[in-house]
Design a protein. Structure first.
Length: 439
């Protein structure tokens, strides 16, 4: 389905609609937080110098923003009175698709890398318009997403200053603050099996390359390739040991060239701390998520096994803060729990680096969740009392500051919105994904 066929009616309608809102976002807006923009993390990673420029436009009548890279669409936007605000970010002509949808009721366009999110929206009142542009697993510029429920509008920006101006929060939180927002539980789900996360290194982003080669391309320097995908040689500045590894494909006894791809939060750790409640497709996506993966020294990866931070840290002490911060980012993104010992070990590492932030990545947390406001009901559900001793029975996963209707994990979790209202993590009507719903 081509996007252009939708343009005339959608743009003409949005041009005529008057609404109440704020003017175009300024990076120097002093009271931007009062505009009620909510941080939604990193939508995708864009290339620093891609094949296409994606421009942002603003309509003074509808108070809406729009993103476009197609020359004909740009021409039509300008002729319809939209104001160009410059290049918002860059994109590629191939790779992982970023999908575009339109809501005919709110006149909003929406862009997402998440195929489940696209399908869920398209099954409701949103109209799927096709692929807007492409990005790659090797891209390294964070595109942040924010949402304003009063305006029924999302914004996408690579400008960290703008992000902070409209939300009132840092684009990447302090690791110690993000750690404090994780659910602590000593319950570990049983029955982990590797095949529950799918085949190793599949092509989940649609760029034609297996995930291992995507990560080698991202993390190695001075690479050569056998073809468009397969990395033949390169140099790795190994974060775990602090040494330099000269990688040559298939040249050692393990046939890995001395470099393995590590799941920074191991698959079994993820399973035990919440992934057991995911769908198979969600686990495959996790196993191939570039944010979860690092190219590292093969022996270090073997030594690490599936250990959490209380049992293993990189021998390179200068990387330990970054390592723990990435684990926290992954657990925040995927709503995984930490054990009490794991949390204490992470806190001890971060005590030496109090300004350490969580690394940016798709879906990484954008701000620590705020404490819930008092529940308006006369008899609110009491919060579970943390118990430092292991409990053979699973305890409810409780999360605060959730967005009603948003994605959630694991199934059965309890969430409290900013107003203190309770929600539960349950499958959508289609049964394909989990959302925060009224109990």
């Amino acid at each position: 389905m081509k996007i252009r066929k939708f343009l005339s009616s959608a743009i003409a309608t949005m041009t005529l609609v008057a609404g109440v809102g704020v003017a175009a976002v300024s990076a120097t807006t002093a009271n931007a937080a009062s505009y009620n923009w909510r941080p939604e993390g990193v939508a995708w990673m864009a290339p620093a110098s891609g094949e296409q420029n994606v421009y942002r436009f603003y309509n003074q009548s509808s108070k809406k923003h729009h993103y476009a890279q197609d020359p004909q669409e740009i021409k039509q936007l300008v002729s319809s009175g939209w104001i160009e605000e410059g290049v918002a970010f860059r994109a590629n002509k191939s790779g992982s698709p970023v999908y575009r949808l339109n809501n005919p009721r709110t006149y909003e366009h929406f862009y997402t890398l998440n195929v489940d999110e696209k399908n869920t929206l398209a099954s409701g009142e949103w109209t799927y318009e096709g692929v807007a542009w492409y990005v790659s697993a090797n891209d390294n510029v964070a595109v942040y997403r924010v949402y304003n429920p009063k305006l029924n509008e999302h914004l996408w920006t690579t400008n960290a200053t703008e992000y902070q101006a409209v939300t009132g929060v840092e684009p990447t939180p302090l690791a110690k603050d993000a750690l404090n927002q994780l659910t602590v539980s000593d319950y570990l789900a049983p029955d982990y099996e590797r095949d529950q996360f799918g085949e190793s290194w599949v092509d989940t982003d649609g760029n034609g390359c297996r995930t291992r080669d995507d990560i080698l391309t991202r993390d190695l320097e001075n690479i050569t390739k056998l073809d468009n995908c397969r990395v033949a040689t390169g140099t790795l500045n190994d974060p775990y040991t602090g040494t330099v590894i000269n990688f040559a494909r298939g040249t050692d006894s393990d046939n890995d060239g001395g470099v393995q791809i590590d799941h920074v939060v191991a698959l079994s750790n993820a399973w035990k701390s919440g992934a057991n409640g995911w769908t198979y497709d969600q686990r495959v996506a996790y196993a191939n998520d570039p944010y979860v993966l690092l190219a590292v020294d093969d022996q270090s990866n073997q030594d690490k096994r599936d250990y959490s931070a209380d049992r293993w840290l990189p021998s390179n002490r200068s990387y330990q803060c970054d390592y723990v911060a990435r684990q926290i980012g992954i657990k925040s993104k995927y709503k995984l729990t930490v054990t009490y010992a794991e949390r204490d070990a992470m806190s001890q590492v971060l005590a030496a680096c109090p300004t350490q932030t969580v690394p940016a990545g798709v879906g990484a947390p954008s701000t620590p969740a705020p404490a819930p406001e008092p529940d308006p009901t006369p008899n609110p559900e009491p919060a579970p009392n943390p118990n430092p001793t292991p409990n053979p029975q699973p305890q409810p996963n409780v999360q605060y500051g959730i967005n009603p209707g948003g994605w959630c994990s694991p199934e059965g979790a309890i969430g409290y919105s900013k107003t203190g209202k309770q929600y539960s993590c349950r499958p959508s009507n289609s049964g394909k994904s989990l959302h925060w719903r009224v109990p």
